[in-house]
Design a protein around this ligand. Sequence first.
Ligand code: ARG
Length: 389
Amino acid sequence: MKKIVLAYSGGLDTSCAIKWLKDRNYDVIAFIADVGQKDDYQTIKKRAMNTGASKVYVVNMQKEFLTDYVFPTIKANAIYENKYLLATALSRPLIAKHQVAIAHKENAKTVAHGCTGKGNDQVRFETTVTLLDPKLEQIAPVREWEFKTREQEIDYARENKIPIDVTKKRPYSIDKNLYGRAIECGVLEDPWQEPPEEIYQMTKSPQNAPDKPTYIEIDFVQGIPAKINKKAHTPIAIIDKLNEIAGKNGVGRVDMVENRLVGIKSREIYENPAGTTIFIAHQALEDLVLDRETAHFKQAFSRKYAELTYYGLWETPLKKQLDAYFDKIQERVSGTVRLKVYKGNCVVVGRKSKYSRYKEELATYGYKDVFDQKLAEGFIRLWGLPFTK
Ligand code: ARG
């Protein structure tokens, strides 16, 4: 039997995939990636074994997810189509990297994932695997198998005694990790329909959020959040705490129609309380410390970085070169930002840094003013000179 390493979530698709691959004579090694989705990994592990996996790996990659995947996008201010913080997109190259490592360790020549043929995630998994080890063969059972509908798939699971949880009707497709949640399908497929409140888990409705604002202070060290309210925390604790505070205040909901890589427009809802807060704070700090040319020039690269991430091109030379570029800029991005979160809003109310380029004596209209207004006259004449008829 040929060994295959399957990225396994415990859901219907990947559970059916174990059986489907076994029937095609594969020895299935299931691999559960813990990116902070807070599932019951022991139950899922048992499910994989009972469905026919010969071995199950559970790998906790939460810290690596934050430090090596999420934080670089914060340094880059990378947001896809100005709204999506890329929580799902970032987890894929990480999971694929570990999948390749397990394949090498197990001497397996084939890997598999449970993504559909309509989404971005198949592209991200397979492109990453190809870039890391082009010799590995890849299989996407969901793209190949005969089921036309989810009902047929459930029947297959029942017939084959695959232990899955299909008693409750789950109309949504949800992806979640430490950094955020993505929800699609069901009523959300009509972009005119307001999302029902029941889909949200990380954020409270702004209407039901506390009537008093909450203030948060975030300290950044070279572009990375290091302290909350003057207390240092690990990356995981920073994200957990901000998810809690911002989520309670209804911050971090996004409802968007996005352009998928495979040409489809899709409607997706995101929850990203910590990320939203950190992005707003980080941008405010950059506003204070970066010179104008750097700040403006960076924006085009931010967009590129978001696209590379969304498009599954994480392991490419350009993405690595951009990391070096953003790291250089972040050398100055240390300081403190004070935010006010209130009923779905996150507003910057203060910022300070030892690298601040803000000079009060130049900006002020008060008695401290040292700006020589007479210099402006000559400057303006030369400024318009190239265009003067
Ligand atoms: N549209 C997002 C992306 O491509 C999320 C995909 C997963 N979403 C979901 N609801 N299962 O990154």
